[in-house]
Write a protein that binds this ligand. Sequence first.
Ligand SMILES: O=P(O)(O)OC[C@H]1O[C@H](OP(=O)(O)OP(=O)(O)O)[C@H](O)[C@@H]1O
Ligand SMILES: NC(=O)CC[C@H](N)C(=O)O
Ligand SMILES: [Mg+2]
Length: 504
Amino acid sequence: MCGIVGIVSFSPVNQSIYDALTVLQHRGQDAAGIVTIDQNNYFRLRKANGLVQDVFQLQHMQRLQGNIGIGHVRYPTAGSASVSEAQPFYVNAPYGITLAHNGNLTNTQELRDSILHKVRRHVNTHSDSEVLLNILASELDKFSTYRLTPDNIFSAIKQVNKTVKGAYACVAMIIDHGLIAFRDPNGIRPLVIGKRIVDGRTEYMVASESVALDTLDFELMRDVEPGEAIYITCDGQLHTQQCADEIKFRPCIFEYVYFARPDSLMNGVSVYQSRILMGQKLGQKIAKEWHNLDIDVVIPIPETSCDAALEIARILNKPYRQGFVKNRYVGRTFIMPGQSTRRRSVRRKLNANRIEFEGKNVLLVDDSIVRGTTSQEIIEMVRSVGANKVYLASAAPEIRFPNVYGIDMPVANELIAHNRTVDEIAQQIGVDKLIFQNLHDLIEAVKEGNPTITDFECSVFDGDYITGDITQSYLSYLSLSRSNTDLILPNKEIENLEIHNVGQ
Ligand SMILES: O=P(O)(O)OC[C@H]1O[C@H](OP(=O)(O)OP(=O)(O)O)[C@H](O)[C@@H]1O
Ligand SMILES: NC(=O)CC[C@H](N)C(=O)O
Ligand SMILES: [Mg+2]
């Protein structure tokens, strides 16, 4: 669930893009990259594995010159965690184009073969995003004049929308033209646009989440529509056009459950508000189904579940306590590559405060239970500090199906709820009782913020893949090609694959 940003300004953008990436860090912790266009029309690119604060040192920032740029924080969902697949990607023809992508394509292999054979473009990584960039480049290459009109750019994106399947929210830059941004016709991944007036001139910013606009004093204009494309010229002219024939708006519901920051407004829905409502609905379900259960205290498993847990405690009329101390120097564990890293990190990240558990019947709350890594470690921990009964509530329903649209859950067997009943999951995790949110309630909780959204992308809960191209053989291929071990790279490879032009 990467984070993307793009800014067209009248002053240097390096610091603003850096700042935006730091507030989008929760969407990707594996790699970060920024590319700008300098006054001589050269791309200045720096990308590497690591957190934003580690990837960009003073010398890199100084070299990232120019008033227009894009940035990316990566959480790999295709290929590997290799630095060669860090973004933004670059192609030198036509013009020189760079692109950053949030999402995941579902017809990558077919696209890769077709661009190789039809337009002789070689893609040198396993990244779906590099394939997407080459598709865009080959469409832009079809025009014979050097200067592209907005209509040319929009018709190229129309072709991209016809060819490419899956989820994609993208920002890109074309030398001598400007910045483009586009979102897939289902609007699965989020994208917003904002503006700020500086010395009477309008600067524009696009980003995965509105929180990035807030931080930089950009005013949120609106969400980029599903299938819509935005083109902002280097001198700040804004053009927009709908570029998809068939639009079925289906934003990813898991953004609201886990991925997005609570202070973001996404598709007109306050993420925070949706989490409060998830807590309300689940609280009501617990009150109804567990009405005479002996709960002493409600405790969230930090951090994302805190808003829902507080509401559950209010509904149940039980004390809400911070029973875990979160190590502020450890990031999100679910988006770390490799199961053993994730497991170790839960231990380093959370520690139980004995005083809140000893001799008590505790209701723990998490936003979601995916592989069960967090809950299994946590339950062991709270039992070891003397908890009596341990109950667990999940603000999301059972996650039973793989994700193909930008969440790294490609293997059904890795999901703890896959082919298991609630009782079997409870047994596996080691809790006395377990309860999940109903899918209908989850949808209602999010929808309340914007009733015009009629459907959501809910495939991890219901197995309904909206792009219509997901077959059992594709899922088998995914599960074979993206096992956990694929993501763990030998250090040697990391050292040898630096392919960017702004070095150490
Ligand atoms: O069942 P699992 O496979 O463990 O995945 C689910 C857990 O992972 C996430 O937490 P994470 O530590 O990533 O981030 P958070 O601090 O935002 O809660 C999520 O909030 C759940 O706690
Ligand atoms: N999480 C994402 O959006 C990933 C983008 C892209 N598929 C990659 O793996 O780099
Ligand atoms: Mg969590």
